[in-house]
Design a protein around this ligand. Structure first.
Ligand SMILES: [Mg+2]
Length: 248
């Protein structure tokens, strides 16, 4: 039977309804903001010791201090600013790009990576938009996502170089930076979920109405017990899919 004008009108109406359903489904699906280090992989095992060594070397060289003094300063700045880089930029005028390049120059990152259990499958099965939101530099994050085998399951990567307000660096746990990011991307904070191992970063997100998931897989047990306000605590990303109703 040849197609009728009425049939074409019905098909167009069905298509419009389908598009509207898809839009509504998209609006209802969470936007996942995944931290990278010690959330998607075990950074403490091999990568952090290497990065810490490179940071200590850089600080000792740049500020002309002993390795012991540089190591202590690295840790103090991390505790005070949430990112060693931010403290070095503010207090010592360190060049951001140089610091990030020299402290993340890992010879064979693929040999150092320890992926989270069932990582690629868990991300593939998880509905919603997936954004990696990391205080690490973009080149490092890109390499890691590739070696973790999850680059195709991630929609976007926001690295530390992009965490800015009025041109100034504002990495996690900056609440103002996260608020600006959510506004710029036109996201509904109630649909966003931050998955993290860092308590200060989760506190900032929670104050904006963002859902919070504490990844405990690479945390010492004392810290794991102390944080009891996160909406969900997980040790394995596969749990997210089973508990997705918490965030819908
Ligand atoms: Mg982390």
């Amino acid at each position: 039977m040849p197609p009728t004008r009425h049939g074409a009108v019905v098909r167009r109406a069905c298509k419009r309804l389908q598009t509207r359903d898809d839009d509504n489904a998209c609006k209802l699906r969470p936007v996942w903001l995944f931290d990278l280090d010690n959330t998607l992989h075990n950074a403490s095992a091999r990568i952090f010791p290497e990065i810490n060594r490179l940071m200590t070397d850089y600080i000792a060289r740049r500020l002309g201090v002993s390795r012991e003094a540089a190591d202590a300063l690295r840790q103090q700045l991390w505790l005070r600013y949430g990112a060693t880089l931010l403290g070095l930029v503010r207090l010592h005028g360190v060049d951001e790009a140089e610091f990030l390049r020299e402290t993340h120059a890992l010879d064979d990152i693929g040999a150092l990576v320890v992926p989270g259990r069932g990582l690629a499958t868990a991300l593939r099965r998880l509905p919603g938009r997936k954004i990696v939101f990391t205080n690490g530099p973009a080149a490092y994050a890109r390499q890691l996502l590739f070696h973790l085998g999850i680059d195709r399951h991630v929609d976007r990567c926001v690295a530390v170089e992009q965490m800015r307000l009025h041109g100034r660096l504002r990495p996690k746990p900056s609440r103002a930076m996260l608020r600006a990011f959510i506004a710029r991307e036109r996201l509904d904070p109630r649909r966003c979920v931050l998955v993290e191992d860092s308590a200060p970063n989760l506190v900032a997100a929670r104050s904006l109405g963002v859902g919070t998931v504490l990844m405990t897989a690479h945390l010492p047990s004392v810290k794991r017990r102390r944080i009891n306000w996160a909406k969900l605590k997980i040790h394995d990303l596969a749990i997210l899919q089973r508990r997705i109703s918490h965030f819908l």
